[in-house]
Design a protein around this ligand. Structure first.
Ligand code: KMH
Ligand code: ZN
Length: 304
């Protein structure tokens, strides 16, 4: 079989959901995050999706000062596409969440396409020992937490993209988020190719059954036609299975410790690169080619 289609691997290296007590391998300091991103890029990730943390206690941070050393390291050592979060943590205000993307004007930034419950609290049952009080508090509060992404918030974040030439990874956690994306397209606020990151298996969003994936796919096809590039993010144990099903049907894939701490049942991933290598093996077994950073730029029409 000919190998033609290029698949973009995104690696989300630390995020804001998992906490340092959950895995000793979660990158926390700027140098750990940069090193993890470089390892992921070397293993085949064309895009690295970045959050930062306060090195004191691993708390999620949108302070540009915590991003700067990470970005400097990446600039010096890789041509991977840098994608800066505007999701930050669901506990932060939108103004706080936008700061690093507004300051650093990356090629790509995330944009969360709707408000939703963000149920992290079941993790409390699995991880009982927390090194820092903020970890337990964040999980407890998530029982009553709305991840707020109103239409006004979405338009505000889109405006920093329009000013800086930043394009977006549209994070869609449920069917309604595709409707919201189609709505902003119809208002002329964004143009294709749209990079649609469909997120499966987070409590508060769509499930992680293959039927959920098909429903997202069919709905995106109906609403967005051929103006989008599809990517799959399965949370936790769904990471590799859903990426595999999606890739076999034309999607790009996202892995990384932001989305899953695991490399196998009961086995923590030691590095982000391990997860990139795992999905790369799957993609190659499917006779798919891995996109380089420049190929990803071309596919997604990034400014470079
Ligand atoms: N944590 C992921 C499920 C963002 O950074 O904007 C979604 C995410 C959000 O990556
Ligand atoms: Zn993120």
């Amino acid at each position: 079989m000919a190998t033609t289609r290029k698949v973009i691997i995104t690696c989300a290296v630390t995020g804001a959901i998992h906490t340092p007590s959950m895995s000793e391998h979660l990158p926390v300091s700027p140098s750990e995050i940069a090193e993890a991103a470089l390892g992921a890029a070397e293993a085949g990730a064309a895009i690295v999706h970045l959050h930062a943390r306060d090195p004191e206690d691993g708390r999620p941070s949108q302070d540009p000062a915590h991003f700067e050393p990470i970005l400097e390291q990446l600039k010096a050592h890789t041509d991977a596409v840098v994608n800066i979060t505007t999701g930050g943590s669901p506990h932060m205000t939108v103004e706080e969440r936008m700061r690093p993307a507004a300051v650093f004007k990356p090629e790509l930034a995330s944009l969360n396409m709707g408000s939703m419950n963000f149920g992290l609290y079941p993790m409390l049952e699995r991880f009982k020992e927390f090194r820092y009080d903020w970890e337990r508090e964040a999980l407890e509060k998530s029982r009553d937490l709305v991840f707020k992404n109103t239409f006004a918030d979405i338009e505000t974040i889109l405006s920093i993209g329009a000013e800086n030439g930043t394009r977006f990874e549209f994070e869609c956690y449920d069917i309604a988020h595709l409707n919201n994306l189609a709505h902003v397209v119809s208002r002329g606020l964004v143009q294709g190719p749209l990079f649609v990151q469909s997120v499966f298996g987070l409590l508060g969003g769509i499930g992680a059954h293959p039927e959920d994936l098909m429903h997202m796919r069919r709905t995106a096809d109906r609403l967005l036609g051929d103006s989008y590039e599809w990517s799959i993010l399965g949370a936790g144990r769904n990471q590799i299975p859903l990426a595999t099903i999606g890739a076999a049907q034309g999607s790009h894939v996202r892995v990384g410790l932001e989305d899953s701490l695991w490399i196998g049942p009961g086995e923590l991933a030691k590095t982000n690169a391990d997860q990139v290598s795992r999905i790369r093996t799957v993609l190659e077994a499917l006779n798919l080619e891995i996109a380089t950073p420049d190929e990803a730029r071309e596919i997604l029409h990034l400014k470079g």
